[in-house]
Structure formats: structure tokens, C-alpha cells
Write a protein that binds this ligand. Structure first.
Ligand SMILES: O=C(O)CCC(=O)c1ccccc1C(=O)O
Ligand SMILES: [Mg+2]
Length: 358
């Protein structure tokens, strides 16, 4: 017999510089740390209970201007907290936990519960994959040269770089992409427009780029029906990210002809590991690549994503380069001076973790 118990801790982490969420920016991140303890009631008292931690942090709430974050998680952090507070007390076994992960109506909760279940069953590998893909975007008032200088300093073993586009003027962004390629002609670029272009703009932009240096462009057009036309006009492949969490997502009938090259999977927006795995299996069957990607999780959440990516997409570099701006680590160290720990509630300069709500 084994017995599961939980604690649930709210946290808030300020960011040292704003991070992009599509066209919006956030200056802090909030979430919940779920801690599960599995006590083996048959074992002698010296047997250590197993513990597992998960970050539950839907990508919703307010941006740095106080406007609601649009286009990512449907559920709020309050929704997650309420669901967990009412359902966790009824979960006593790993079987019940897995079932809750797969049936929870809130994707962020499904992912977090599933991470706990997988951890307690030793299903998340300890080894993390090789480096993730560096994320590059122009910070406010930053000149293009400063960004290309950052690219020039990347490790020579770096093969891919991700660049945010459709954020400022097309002229600036073309200069940026060409500047990056001038600094490192060997790089393959993953561009991300977050649905920021009309078809006309996307064609104008992509027509000025060397197609063989572009791995793909994520969510190029506001209207998803325009992506195929962009591919036919420019030969540049596209990938899908935020539109995957919509209920009406379906694979194109002819993937090769459509220009779709990859799915960018943000598990925090999609649900339980089993659900994400099913999407990956179907994508791979259709010849599509799958790239696990961050939803701006804390170091705890990024660690789970890195392990998950090592297990499910071992040949693909994940997009997890979003921890830099976090002022503190959370549970899992990533090299920062301070770390939030759920057994030591604290509030230091705006970074805080609370006592359990359960
Ligand atoms: O995918 C990556 O490499 C990093 C994560 C990322 O870009 C992102 C992070 C939060 C919200 C949206 C996005 C995005 O891909 O558009
Ligand atoms: Mg994206």
C-alpha cells in the first residue's frame, strides 16, 4: 500500500527584463508549486518517502501594461488553484493521479499532475538533452547591432537560433535576420511571427530571406489558411504553436504539400504528458517534426520540460531558453544566487513562495 499526499504553494518571480508573450511583454511570472509525497505504508519508518515537484503556471493573467494576455492559456491561475484545492484531497493513489492528469479540464493542471505521476514512477529521465535553441529578440530600444553581437558570441556548436519577428518594422527585422546570418552564416534560423503578419506582409518579408537558411517560421499569419500560400510563394516552411491548443486544430490532408514542417509543443498549454505524447506520435507518423517549447515556466517547470523533451523528442533541440530573465530559481537550481523552496516560505525583493494552501 502506498499513500499520496500533497502541498500546494503559490509563487511569484520578478523578471529582470520583460519577456515576450507574442506581441505582449510580461515583467513577472506567477504559478503554483505542487509537491507530492508518496509514503509506503508497509515499509519501515526509515524508508524515505518519494517526493515529486511540479510547476503549474498557465500562460494567462496580465501583461506588464495591465492588459490580459491573449492567445495562450484559456484557464487562469485562480482556475487552477480552485480545481486543485477541490480535487487533490480525493487523490490517494498513483492510478488516481494519472487519471486526474488525463481528465483534468485545465491543461496546466493536467500537465503538472502528469509530471508528478511520471516523476514518482521514474518515467522522466534524469539526463537532460543537449543545449536548447537560443531565443533572440530585440529588447526595447536595442539596436540591431547589439543583437547580432550577441549572436556572434554564441558557442560555435550552436546550430539553430530562434528570432522573434513581426514585432517592429519589417525593415529593422530584415536587417536583423541578415545581420544574424552575416555573423553566423552556418546557423539555421527558426523565426516566430506569433500570427503577426497578413499574407501580403509575410510574403514581402519571407521573399527577402534566403529560404535555405530558414528552418521554419512559427505561426506566420494572422489567418491560418494563409500559411500554405506563403509556402507556395516563398518556399519557406512554417510551423504551428499557439493554434495547436485550439479545439478545432487538425492536421493538413497533405502535409508535404502544405509547407507545414513542425509542431511547436508547449505542454503547459496542451495538457497531460499522455496527451502531448499522442500529438507527437500522430505528428511523427505524418512526417512532422516536434519541438518541445517553454511557456515561460520557472526553473522547476523548465527542468521538467527538458527531461520530457529528452524522452519524447531526443533528436530535436527544444526551445527552452527563457530562464535568463528570472530573478530567482524555483526548487531546481539553474545557477541563480537565490532559490525559492516550498518548505521555506519567503518574500525577498518581490520573489515569493507561500505556505501550502492545502
Ligand atoms: O519556443 C521557444 O524557443 C521559447 C518559448 C517562446 O518563444 C514562447 C514563450 C512564451 C510564449 C510564446 C512563445 C512563442 O513561441 O511564441
Ligand atoms: Mg511560438
Amino acid at each position: 500500500m502506498s499513500e499520496l499526499s500533497f502541498t500546494l504553494h503559490p509563487y511569484r518571480i520578478p523578471l529582470s527584463r520583460p519577456l515576450p508573450v507574442g506581441k505582449q511583454r510580461i515583467s513577472e511570472r506567477q504559478g503554483l508549486v505542487l509537491v507530492a509525497t508518496l509514503a509506503d505504508t508497509n515499509a519501515d519508518a526509515s524508508a524515505r518517502p518519494l517526493q515529486a515537484f511540479a510547476d503549474i503556471a498557465p500562460l494567462s493573467g496580465l501583461d506588464m501594461d495591465g492588459a490580459p494576455i491573449m492567445g495562450f492559456s484559456q484557464e487562469s491561475l485562480d482556475d487552477c488553484r480552485e480545481w486543485l484545492l477541490s480535487h487533490l484531497p480525493g487523490i490517494h493513489s498513483l492510478e488516481a493521479l494519472e487519471q486526474a492528469a488525463d481528465t483534468a479540464p485545465l491543461p496546466a493542471v493536467g500537465w503538472g499532475l502528469g509530471v508528478i505521476a511520471a516523476t514518482l514512477q521514474g518515467q522522466l529521465p534524469a539526463a537532460k538533452p543537449k543545449a536548447s535553441v537560443p531565443l533572440m529578440y530585440l529588447q526595447q530600444d536595442e539596436p540591431v547591432d547589439a543583437l547580432t553581437a550577441r549572436v556572434a558570441r554564441l558557442s560555435p556548436t550552436t546550430r539553430f537560433v530562434k528570432i522573434k519577428v513581426a514585432q517592429t518594422s519589417m525593415e529593422t527585422e530584415l536587417k536583423l535576420v541578415h545581420g544574424v546570418l552575416a555573423a553566423r552564416p552556418d546557423l539555421k534560423l527558426r523565426l516566430d511571427a506569433n500570427q503577426g503578419f497578413s499574407l501580403e506582409q509575410a510574403i514581402d518579408f519571407c521573399a527577402c530571406l534566403p529560404a535555405d537558411a530558414i528552418d521554419y517560421i512559427e505561426e506566420p499569419c494572422l489567418n491560418e489558411h494563409d500559411h500554405g500560400a506563403l509556402f507556395r510563394a516563398t518556399g519557406i516552411h512554417f510551423s504551428l504553436d499557439e493554434s495547436l491548443s485550439l479545439d478545432n486544430f487538425h492536421f493538413p490532408d497533405d502535409v508535404q504539400a502544405s509547407g507545414l514542417r513542425a509542431l511547436i509543443l508547449k505542454p503547459m498549454l496542451l495538457g497531460s504528458p499522455a496527451r502531448v505524447q499522442a500529438l507527437i506520435d500522430e505528428a511523427h507518423e505524418r512526417g512532422l517534426r516536434c519541438v518541445i517549447s517553454s511557456s515561460l515556466e520557472s526553473s522547476l517547470g523548465i527542468d521538467a520540460l527538458a527531461r520530457f523533451a529528452a524522452a519524447v523528442t531526443p533528436d530535436e533541440a527544444p526551445g527552452l531558453d527563457t530562464l535568463d530573465a528570472f530573478e530567482v530559481d524555483c526548487v531546481v537550481p539553474s545557477g541563480k544566487a537565490r532559490r525559492l523552496m516550498p518548505d521555506a516560505p519567503s518574500d525577498i525583493q518581490g520573489a515569493e513562495i507561500g505556505a501550502s494552501l492545502l
